[in-house]
Design a protein around this ligand. Structure first.
Ligand SMILES: Nc1ncnc2c1ncn2[C@@H]1O[C@H](COP(=O)(O)OP(=O)(O)O)[C@@H](O)[C@H]1O
Ligand SMILES: [Mg+2]
Length: 384
């Protein structure tokens, strides 16, 4: 089962953003040669990976030729050229997550149909070709406000999500293939990360409670373990295992859930790669999500997900109103705090709501961790 020359395998990552960077750093502990494909060598992962190739992960030829030069191909973003992945898989390159998994997940419409076909609870939805058809459906009483529109492809960090609460919000509609979902009265947003290896071994991390910046629809901070009741804990873990198995996962899967005001559970979406909601594992768990992803795709035994302290994370986000050369305010004071770990992505340009880094907080006392979250949020700012 185990590869004889584990450390000689060439691992390729499509995407050189912060997730690629953190994967490359973990790979370096094992001296595993990592190759990155992205547009240019300004991307965060490039200084941390021994091999870099300039190219577009959405372009067939770029992905195909990159894939041919390595042994195991993985991703840090799901919006990649899927045809190239299928062809590489046919030609014997190990592609994890599998192309069939990525194909479903990279299209929010196919994802929703996947849940519907398996009776996995998810917000009721309809698929639309363009903004005009949504407007017509509203005029004909086929959809009601409030609703949430999501672009089927290319959305991330709240970009590609539009909340329509009043008729005047229709001017914000995205004019592209999209889904319209019922707006859920969300009480809590929970995420569970699971890992599944090539051999089918499956492990779960503890549920994470995510708190959002409402303007940006983007995670502001999270805390793990989440404060949820036993029924929700059991139900969400069961759904997470079911999705991982049904989607034939190899690698990591982050499953985002909503708990609504009636205490019902909905699956929001999933991501087949390291995820923002798993960053706390770097400083609060035996095995970080990044190491776990590598273990899963290399088919070595998965690491323990045991949590040795309460874990929290605050996203470092570009302050609204600032765009340009990045300036961090308040770094010294947060670095002097106990249990606080800084992770910067090295993005030289800031923009409103751009993810620039994160701060992990670990500790034994939940109230103290919550207090530190507030302190970091009010101290650390990214301006230009
Ligand atoms: N149906 C919904 N009802 C209410 N809020 C929603 C709904 N769908 C998404 N949201 C809010 O928008 C956020 C981003 O949506 P999501 O589909 O997860 O897109 P992204 O790809 O940007 O993460 C969610 O985490 C949630 O806060
Ligand atoms: Mg999401």
């Amino acid at each position: 089962m185990y590869h004889k020359n584990l450390l000689n395998q060439q691992v390729g990552i499509l995407g050189g953003g912060q997730l690629g960077k953190m994967l490359a750093i973990e790979a370096a502990n094992w001296h595993l040669p990592v190759h990155i494909l992205d547009q240019n060598d300004d991307f965060p992962a490039v200084p941390y990976a021994p091999f870099f190739r300039a190219g577009d992960f959405k372009n067939y030829d770029d992905v195909y030729h990159f894939g041919k030069s390595i042994d195991i191909l993985t991703i840090e973003i799901e919006q990649i050229n899927i045809d190239a992945l299928f062809d590489l898989e046919k030609e014997g390159i190990k592609v994890y997550p599998k192309p069939s998994t990525v194909k479903v997940i990279q299209d929010k419409g196919l994802q929703k149909l996947f849940y519907q076909e398996r009776q996995i609870p998810t917000a009721p939805f309809q698929l639309f070709e363009n903004a005009k058809k949504i407007q017509n459906a509203f005029t004909n009483n086929q959809i009601k406000i409030p609703f949430v529109q999501k672009s089927r492809k290319d959305g991330y960090d709240g970009k590609g999500v539009v909340v329509v609460s009043r008729e005047k919000d229709f001017t914000n509609l995205l004019d592209c293939p999209s889904i319209i979902e019922e707006k859920i009265d969300i009480k809590k947003e929970i995420s569970i990360i699971v890992a599944r290896s090539v051999s089918g071994e499956l492990v779960h991390y503890e549920p994470v409670e995510q708190h959002f910046n409402q303007e940006a629809n983007l995670v502001s901070y999270l805390i793990c373990p989440a404060d949820i009741d036993h029924r929700h804990y059991m139900e969400m873990n069961k759904i997470a295992s079911l999705i991982a198995t049904e989607i034939d996962l190899v690698g990591l899967l982050a499953i985002e859930f909503f708990i609504d005001a009636n205490n019902d559970i909905y699956v929001n979406e999933v991501a087949p790669r390291p995820h923002n909601s798993g960053h706390h594992t770097q400083n609060s768990c035996e095995t970080s999500q990044f190491e776990q992803h590598l273990r899963a795709i290399l088919d070595i035994p998965l690491g323990s997900t045991r949590q040795h302290s309460i874990g929290a994370m605050v996203n470092i986000i570009g302050e609204p109103g600032y765009a340009g050369k990045t300036i961090y305010q308040g770094l010294e004071s947060i670095l002097s705090m106990e249990g606080v770990h800084l992770h910067l992505y090295g993005k030289t340009e800031t923009r409103p709501y751009r993810k620039m880094g994160h701060v992990n907080i670990s500790g034994a006392n939940r109230l103290k961790v919550l207090e530190n979250i507030e302190k970091i949020k009010s101290t650390l700012k990214v301006i230009s």
